[in-house]
Design a protein around this ligand. Sequence first.
Ligand code: FAD
Length: 422
Amino acid sequence: MTSSGIVIVGAGQAAAVAAHALREHGYGGRITMLGRERHRPYERPPLSKAVLVAADEPRLDVLTHESWAHSKIDLLSGSDAVALDLVRRHVRLADGQVLAYETCLLATGGEAVTLASVPPGRPGVHYIRTLDDARRLRAALEGSPRVAILGGGFLGLEIAHSALSAGASVTVLERAASLLDRFVPRETSAWLASQMRAAGARLLLGASCSGVHSLPRGRSRLSTSSGDLEVDEVVVAIGLSPNDALARDAGLQIAPGGGILVDASCRTSNEHVFACGDCTSQRRPGQAAPTRLESWQNANEQARTAAAAMQGAPLPVPPVPWFWTDQGRHNVQMLGLPASDLEYVRRGDPANDKVLWIGHRACVPLHGIAINAGADLRALRPLFERGRPVRLEDFQLDATNLRAWAKHMQADVATTASITSL
Ligand SMILES: Cc1cc2nc3c(=O)[nH]c(=O)nc-3n(C[C@H](O)[C@H](O)[C@H](O)COP(=O)(O)OP(=O)(O)OC[C@H]3O[C@@H](n4cnc5c(N)ncnc54)[C@H](O)[C@@H]3O)c2cc1C
């Protein structure tokens, strides 16, 4: 058995940021990182964007060359951790090696949810989670193929836009009657659909796929509620399932909806095991149930929190959740979390492709959505952090200077607070 200080299972975004943060906190012991893939930790957001269309593959490393060297990580790539022993405090690898740990960090991310009728690995079938997946799809997009995308979530829509710019003819099938109806108001959903159609995709809403039949040369025939569809490539983008099996089998607590349950410091139900990133489900202020956030920001922030907690350093203040997606030439950002009971007010006109929505409960901003207005959304961030009511009628007026309004609303809150405390 090899003895190790901190063993990080997973070698993705969260793992790399955590290892770097541990060194920044002064951890001088051994850091061993186990990665199933044969790559150094890399950024996944470009996999559905630039990697599919840019002339040259973009730089994807999570850590710069200098930060990687500074972090002194023993990376065991191509290593699959298959068992975690909480009593003996060791991790067993698929090749039989056993690594002891003082503290273990699980940063195992997630896997694409698969459809039994479209198994991964079949010719002409794509699931996009890894760099190798994206490279395969990029190669398949050469020669203007006909592509069906199953799933009209953010990932499916991004891939559709990329495939269109690579010259493919694209059909997107979404089971729900509108796009992303759990995450955005109807107006935003309608705008996303109009962008998809304007870019040249056939968008089938309320459309289900009941079967996929293999045809010669990797082609497929899809039986859909809108009729049969013959395509060269099928991309399935119907969600993510957290990689929590290792934790579950070890006896760690798993959240009811999946994901390794962690507290505010990213500690699991075992004091020597932490977890961060897409594999977790975390209790958050204002949320009745633990939430899973599958985002780049969450992976980074939880990694920094876990590293601080492991070193007994003060925990960073948890940020308001933030997410971005590129939809063709448009940038969409979201701040806060959606909820079914929010009311949305709008500033700007979707027809002009620059809009800001605030989703609120009793005038307290809880969910912001910006189309090509990321800087404006950033200016509103303090209002989301404060969680106090604001005067939304002024927000909607074109004549209102947004930054001045946001500052005024903060000051207003401060004044109210000081008056109340008298
Ligand atoms: C195509 C794509 C586009 C995205 N676009 C955006 C975007 O625009 N905006 C945004 O905010 N977020 C985006 N995301 C999400 C973001 O990339 C993820 O939230 C982030 O990568 C999560 O980091 P992680 O470290 O938790 O997991 P990952 O980056 O998935 O890393 C986990 C790693 O652990 C390895 N692993 C798992 N189990 C084991 C094991 N037992 N042993 C060894 N290794 C193991 C996995 O192979 C993987 O390499 C996108 C994701 C994808 C896939």
